[in-house]
Design a protein around this ligand. Structure first.
Ligand SMILES: Cc1cc2nc3c(=O)[nH]c(=O)nc-3n(C[C@H](O)[C@H](O)[C@H](O)COP(=O)(O)OP(=O)(O)OC[C@H]3O[C@@H](n4cnc5c(N)ncnc54)[C@H](O)[C@@H]3O)c2cc1C
Length: 265
């Protein structure tokens, strides 16, 4: 059971940062992950008064506040037009609507969970994470950093010519994913992000230029085989490493085929 002694709605990011330096205190998002834990918390730090629950379009960027819910990601027109609906696809399988109405982007990313659909999606967008103390850093770097006490303020997506497709494999609807896969073309660069390996997501670039300009089936197959060989997979109760490797080839192939269609439309 989660036991909380005090609750503070902070009035500034600085206040939140100061409070979270004490390991007995904890920042809360939707509390959906936290409430599963057995722990005693001195002070729960709520960011809900800081206006971080909005998705805002800037001239060259899209800012997604840490308190934005997964349901907002799913329904936001700006994000879904920009990502051809991939943002919605990345979150719509997570538990259910009531759950997604509470779970936040900050809570989903800060833990850098090995099963995360959300981390996979934002890594495919080559987004940036703004930390109050740590500053603005690429999400790829953030994913590999050891968690330090800091406040995740927002995610910054740099607007660029983009095509992106998101896919996941689940044993049963609403379960944790067995594998996540997001492929993207940002400017002229293709990437493929594989998550729920069940390790945290990792992004591969088409370094050897295996994809041809028409994204032919043969070139997609070659890249899918290459990534499936390079990626490290693990086993858990949802699937073995070998199963994940096989599934990865299928998801990568299907995702690039869908991306090819997306580019034609
Ligand atoms: C049963 C269940 C099934 C799930 N299935 C999936 C799934 O299929 N796919 C998927 O991607 N995810 C899944 N999740 C994860 C879920 O989507 C959320 O990511 C998770 O619950 C955390 O979101 P939250 O807002 O509730 O964060 P909380 O539980 O409130 O916080 C989680 C952690 O993040 C920290 N934190 C929160 N906000 C900030 C911030 N702004 N700055 C710094 N630290 C912060 C907290 O201190 C805590 O350590 C599942 C979770 C549960 C409980």
């Amino acid at each position: 059971m989660l036991d909380i002694k005090n609750y503070v709605k902070v009035q500034s990011l600085e206040e939140a940062y100061e409070l979270c330096q004490d390991r007995k205190n904890i920042i809360i998002g939707g509390m959906l992950w936290l409430k599963m834990q057995n722990r005693s918390v001195e002070t729960a730090i709520d960011l809900c008064d800081l206006g971080l629950d909005t998705i805002v379009e800037k001239e060259n960027e899209i800012h997604v506040g840490a308190m934005v819910t997964l349901r907002q990601l799913e329904q936001d027109h700006l994000l879904n037009d920009y990502t051809y609906g991939a943002m919605k696809e990345s979150v719509r399988h997570i538990v259910g609507v009531q759950f997604r109405n509470l779970a936040t982007v900050g809570g989903s990313l800060f833990g850098r969970y090995g099963f995360s659909d959300v981390l996979t999606m934002f890594m495919a967008l080559d987004a940036y994470v703004e930390l109050y103390h740590g500053g603005i850093i690429p999400i790829q770097e953030f994913a590999n950093m050891r968690p330090t006490p800091d406040v995740l303020v927002r995610i910054i997506i740099k607007k660029s010519p983009l095509h992106v497709v998101y896919m996941s494999q689940r044993n049963t609807k609403t379960d944790f994913p067995v594998l996540t896969c997001a492929v993207s073309q940002i400017n002229s660069d293709y990437t493929c992000t594989i998550g729920a390996r069940p390790l945290k997501a990792v992004t591969f670039k088409d370094e050897n230029h295996l994809l041809d300009s028409s994204l032919s089936d043969e070139s997609i197959e070659a890249l899918a085989n290459d990534i499936a060989q390079k990626a490290v997979f693990g086993s858990n109760l949802r699937g073995s490493a070998d199963y994940r490797r096989r599934i990865s080839k299928v998801l990568i192939r299907r995702a690039f085929q869908q991306l090819r269609e997306e580019k034609k439309s």
